[in-house]
Design a protein around this ligand. Structure first.
Ligand SMILES: [Zn+2]
Length: 108
């Protein structure tokens, strides 16, 4: 079982990640740095735009997972596998706090 303290730590991780991802979505240039200027060819721009969209979609999806995990914490369903309804082990949750599946279901 996950203790209250462990749950608090995981919640903090989720909230930190949530803030980080929200910032990335608000400012998509934040993580691209000065490399963007080097790619200032017209042909590359379309590709670059597509890449950014891909990154944004992945970020939004990740954010949705995190919000889902935080909601499950509120209703007390956090840390339970969606597939087999067994508790998800702490090493899985520590590595990926938004995880919805236990180790064995993940491997399926
Ligand atoms: Zn499972």
């Amino acid at each position: 079982m996950i203790t209250k303290e462990e749950l608090e730590t995981l919640k903090e991780k989720l909230l930190e990640e949530k803030i980080k991802l929200t910032r990335e979505l608000e400012d998509p240039h934040a993580d691209f740095g000065s490399d963007v200027d080097a790619l200032d060819e017209e042909a590359d721009e379309a590709e670059e735009f597509a890449n950014k969209l891909g990154v944004q979609t992945a970020t939004k999806e990740h954010l949705r997972e995190i919000n889902g995990a935080l909601e499950r914490m509120v209703v007390g369903e956090y840390g339970v596998c969606e597939e087999c309804h067994n508790p998800i082990s702490l090493d899985v949750l520590s590595a990926e706090p938004e995880s919805r599946l236990c180790k064995s279901c993940k491997l399926k």
